[in-house]
Design a binder for this molecule. Structure first.
Ligand SMILES: [Ca+2]
Ligand SMILES: [Ca+2]
Length: 357
């Protein structure tokens, strides 16, 4: 899990929202880590690059170097869209539903959450492929937002709001509850979710209430997931191997999947990632999340501090004059040993590893 906002210092400082950067290479999309712990991609900063100006002929290939004007803006953090109006509960507040993670069915990584519940209330999430609206159904104090048929207990978990009045559940897209039995969520389907919870009635007795609704349209995610997701047992993170693309496009896909290009914290993770890449059928150079700009030093695109590097001998050497991104060798190569890294131009089209905390 990523930490709070400390990584904004140093590397990240020039990349804050609202600034315009001149002279950046083809790093058209820059992302920053969440500002709150435990909330994924709360603030994804998306950059728009302009005006390729300077082609560079190299021994290897014709590489386009871009001089860019980059403007950063804040993108939406949530996968789904809220709808429907909840009713106040015994606290006087209206519970709201939110999500985090990914709408990609291949990743099965969507977490539903609800806040402003009463304390210590039993709660679960409803789901349906239709929307509806019913006021105080069956004596409930709330409004019902999904339409029939409604499935109950998404993720298979009845949870409790505890002292914080919040709940969250990892939805299982492979077993979405329906009255006729669990179904597998398909790409292209739209599902509607709502948090249902117990509430107390003044003077004794109990009733139920519910949050607003959340509608999510699922997709296939990145069109070229080669392998994964696979869980690394050392940290519980998901890893995905993507097909070849420039580094910036790979990082954009990583954000779509709810993660970033991989952050390698130590030699053990380097070895695990190299084995993962091989298991995915790739033996060549593979993008990882380490990058720099012409005016900043190497840092992880996830924002995690850079405490470990594993450069191949003689690297980073910036031999092509615009080597701003980092690739790993999963197996030994004349330019580097297994697990070792080189700097390379971001325009190279390489497979990449995504890490989803
Ligand atoms: Ca990592
Ligand atoms: Ca190099």
């Amino acid at each position: 899990m990523r930490g709070p906002a400390e990584p904004f210092h140093g590397l990240w400082d020039p990349l804050r929202a609202g600034r315009t950067l001149a002279g950046l290479d083809s790093l058209g999309a820059i992302n920053v880590p969440p500002m709150k712990p435990r909330t994924r991609h709360l603030a994804a900063f998306v950059a728009a690059a302009t005006a390729p100006v300077r082609p560079l002929m190299t021994a290897r290939s014709l590489v386009s170097a871009l001089a860019c004007s980059v403007t950063l803006s804040v993108a939406s953090a949530q996968v789904g869209t809220n709808y429907c109006t909840p009713a106040p509960n015994s606290t006087g507040a209206m519970a709201t539903i939110s999500d985090s993670g990914s709408a990609a069915v291949t990743l099965n990584n969507l977490t539903l959450a609800s806040s402003d519940l009463p304390q210590n209330a039993a709660a679960y999430f409803l789901c349906s492929r239709t929307q509806g609206f019913g006021q105080n159904p069956g004596g409930s104090a709330g409004n019902i937002c999904p339409g029939a048929p409604i499935g109950r207990v998404v993720g298979g978990v009845i949870t409790n709001s505890g002292t914080t009045g919040t709940v969250s559940v990892l939805a299982d897209l492979a077993a979405m509850p329906q009255p006729s039995g669990a179904v597998v969520v398909q790409a292209g389907e739209t599902w509607n979710f709502q948090c249902w919870y117990r509430d107390a009635v003044t003077g004794g007795g109990s009733t139920s209430n519910s949050s607003d609704g959340l509608t999510v349209t699922f997709d296939v995610g990145s069109g070229d997931v080669l392998f994964g997701p696979v869980v690394n047992p050392a940290n519980g993170h998901l890893y995905v191997l993507l097909g070849p693309s420039p580094w910036v496009d790979a990082q954009a896909d990583a954000r779509t999947l709810g993660g970033d290009l991989v952050t390698i914290d130590d030699a053990a993770e380097a070895t695990w990632v190299a084995n993962f890449i091989q298991a995915g059928g790739n033996l060549g150079q593979t993008w990882i999340g380490l990058f720099r700009t012409p005016t900043t030093s190497w840092g992880w695109v996830s924002g995690v501090p850079t405490n470990f590097t594993n450069w191949a001998p003689g690297e980073p050497n910036n031999v092509l004059d615009n080597e701003l991104c980092t690739a790993m060798y999963p197996v030994a190569h004349p330019w580097g040993g297994a697990t070792e890294w080189i700097d390379a131009p971001s325009s190279w089209s390489l497979p990449s590893v995504v890490e989803i905390p």
